[in-house]
Design a protein around this ligand. Structure first.
Ligand code: SAH
Length: 218
């Protein structure tokens, strides 16, 4: 099926609306986040054979043993990060196919997205170009080191689970900046780190399941 307006277009609009209704039922309340999720055509980011399942609330394979995160998890992380303020300059670690970067881009002045797997980054580039998303910059690098050349960041989001929060990410967090990261191994929790005048403050949220944050590039 073609991805033009006559092909997946109408189906996609209906299923996208259903996805937003489902996110509300699941407890996402931030209207800015719901609008950002509604604005990004998720089917563009998944393999063509899976496009009809793009708006289901499941993680889907991206190739290279990686997955595009479940819509609820993307919405939940962005909601915790957003918390009523502009995201400002945002860093995403683990760009994958670029989907979450596109959602972040709706709420950020600019997004820097880092991915360690070269061919995945190439896909992200194609996908973001396909939807004309111009405020996302992609970089092939090990995100555990953050992105020193563009630091500091108002918002940092990590899309892979860290056994320990990489110190470089904490260093690259701007004053009043917020970092959200899944922490753990077999069992993981979302952690929010805020840089406040009195220092770094950590809050723990939902239990989650992410692929591990790995060192180096490939
Ligand atoms: N945000 C993505 C989901 C990506 S899954 C999306 O919307 O599609 C997690 C991604 O993190 C994988 O693509 C994986 O290759 C990447 N990753 C893991 N460790 C990394 C690291 N150290 N630096 C950069 N990317 C990393």
């Amino acid at each position: 099926m073609s991805r033009t307006a006559s092909g997946i277009g109408m189906t996609s609009l209906r299923t996208r609306t259903r996805m937003i209704e489902r996110l509300r039922e699941q407890g996402i309340v931030d209207e800015d986040v719901l609008a950002a999720m509604a604005a990004v055509p998720r089917h563009v980011f998944v393999e063509e054979a899976l496009a009809s399942r793009a708006y289901e609330d499941t993680a889907l394979p991206l190739g290279f043993a990686q997955t595009i995160s479940q819509p609820y998890v993307v919405a939940r992380m962005v909601e915790v990060l957003h918390a009523g303020r502009a995201l400002g300059k945002t860093l995403e670690i683990g760009a994958g196919c670029g989907y979450q970067a596109a959602v972040l881009a709706q709420l950020s002045a600019e997004v820097y997205a880092v991915e360690r797997i070269g061919p995945l980054l190439a896909k992200a580039r194609i996908n973001l170009r396909a939807i004309n998303q111009i405020n996302v910059r992609l970089k092939h690098a090990d995100g555990q080191l953050g992105l020193p050349e563009a630091a500091p960041f108002d918002s940092i989001i990590v899309a892979a689970a860290a056994a320990r929060i990489p110190p470089a990410l904490l260093q690259q967090l701007a004053p009043a900046g917020r970092l959200i990261v899944p922490v753990g191994g077999a069992s993981q929790r979302l952690a929010l780190i805020e840089r406040r005048p009195e220092g770094l403050v950590e809050t723990r949220f939902d239990t989650v399941r992410f692929v591990p944050l790995l060192p180096g590039v490939e």
